[in-house]
Design a protein around this ligand. Structure first.
Ligand SMILES: [Cu+2]
Length: 168
């Protein structure tokens, strides 16, 4: 009986190691990158994606070609009044701090933290890349390249497709 129990325990340990290995990533991956279609005349757009880094890192900036937009910023949407937590209060005196509770406001971020092997999701209502001064409306199925610069110095190009909603 004791031998059998020891063998079973050994198998469980091996299984645990195996599942650990399969959940680590060897290189940075970005999936489900999409931008929302915009109405004609809109000056801003949003890009969403899911990013998984093999190492602790940060996203420090984003950019897109000039024929898409003049600039791109890291933003987070949050409930009005919560904004002070991440930026130490009086450094950001946005209109959001006086907005009625329940209203959502956007705040620019200096960087977005990436933890090794965990996926950070940019999605509606949360983290997003804001496209500033769109050159033209973003139309369904249009594609463009979003470049992310990491704190480690790496730059990655992400293929973004324009859609009406989150891709399946
Ligand atoms: Cu925004």
């Amino acid at each position: 009986m004791r031998l059998a129990a020891a063998a079973a325990a050994a198998v469980l340990l091996l299984a645990a190691c195996g599942s650990d290995d399969s959940s680590t990533v060897s290189e940075l991956t970005v999936e489900r990158a999409w931008a929302r279609t915009t109405p004609a005349g809109a000056t801003t757009g949003v890009v969403y994606f899911e990013i998984t880094s093999p190492d602790d890192d940060t996203i420090v900036s984003a950019s897109v070609p000039a024929d898409i937009a003049a600039g791109a910023e890291l933003h987070e949407t949050m409930a009005a009044g919560d904004g002070g937590h991440s930026h130490g209060g009086d450094t950001t005196d946005t209109a959001g701090t006086t907005a009625p509770s329940g209203e959502m406001v956007m705040e620019p971020l200096d960087e977005v933290e990436l933890s090794a092997n965990s996926t950070v999701v940019f999605e509606p209502g949360g983290l997003h890349v804001m496209l500033i001064d769109l050159a033209d409306a973003l139309t369904l199925d249009e594609e463009f390249t979003l470049t992310l610069t990491l704190g480690s110095g790496d730059q990655i190009d992400v293929d973004v497709v324009v859609a009406d909603n989150v891709p399946d």
